[in-house]
Design a protein around this ligand. Sequence first.
Ligand code: HEC
Ligand code: HEC
Length: 301
Amino acid sequence: MKKILRAAAWSAGGVVVLLVVAGCALYVVTQRRIDHKWSVAGHQPTIPSDSLALVRGQHIATAISKCADCHGADLAGQQFIDTPPVARLWAANLTRGKGGVATQLSDLDWERAIRHGVKPDGSALLFMPATEFQHLSDEDVAALIAYLKSLPPVDREPKPNSIGPIGRALFLKGDLVLLPAEVINHSAAHASPGAMAATPEYGRYLADIGGCKGCHGEGLSGGKIPGTPPDWKPAANITPTGIGHYTEEDFFHALRDGKRPGGTPIDTLMPYRFTKDLTDDEIRALWLYLKTVPPKAFGSR
Ligand code: HEC
Ligand code: HEC
């Protein structure tokens, strides 16, 4: 009996040692990537000062690219993930107030943060979806920066960020894009989307910068949203296989009222509280674009 107990104690001890070693390795490997300093030239923006550009910038920050979803309605920052085993992340205060980044960022720094996911000191921004915003055109990123610089100052100090063991494991496995700077082509040119009109081309641009692909997948066929807890609803298939039965009017209802054809509610994970403010032309452009994407089975790449 004593022998068996001793053997059990030894193997339990062995498991603990193994876990500690694996935990340290996980921490060291991921921390090296997190601490990597990027040397990104960026693209010097020309910041406009006309009121039309400010309106466009505000529309991008809210309805289109939904900065407000993470940075808060006043864009002055908030704790937007607070699940310590996964991560604790504070989305920065983007105003000129105390604790805000606006007093420290040059125009080029703003561009590097938004389209490249890199801070002025070269470190990668954690989880900030620059993978989507890298597609912003030169005019749109400049309008957005003009708007952010015009925000009224709000005093709000940031809280420290931390990445927990589950977050690190997901990151290592490739299930969580913790460092968008790693996957962005930093020297790519930024094409203009052409006319802001109800065309499939403009719809494609809006789907890129609007995060539809971030949640519904590169091929828009839906599936688990990377990094979300197991019990969260997967994103829907919005290729013609998934929404082929929609009429244009149904699509407006989905994006404005969060309702499917027939009236059943769409989960609030789908950010219709923001897409409701897209203009008619923008929703029509998205609709026309989604009709052109290849049909795919749910969750296929
Ligand atoms: C999914 C959540 C999310 C969305 C959406 C988002 N951000 Fe962020 N953002 C973050 C987080 C988290 C940080 C802090 C990252 C860090 O400290 O490493 C951040 C940091 C920043 C910074 C700080 C740069 C610095 O020097 O510290 C800027 C600028 C910024 N975001 C701009 C934007 C803009 C503009 C948009 C919309 C186009 C946007 N963000 C949308 C999560 C988000
Ligand atoms: C933050 C993640 C997220 C983003 C961003 C997002 N969606 Fe969704 N969307 C979802 C989820 C999750 C569902 C499924 C909700 C459910 O099952 O009730 C959904 C459902 C939908 C539906 C309903 C489909 C059906 O089953 O009938 C449509 C249409 C849709 N999204 C379109 C879009 C478009 C267009 C965009 C970009 C402008 C977009 N979504 C951006 C998460 C997202």
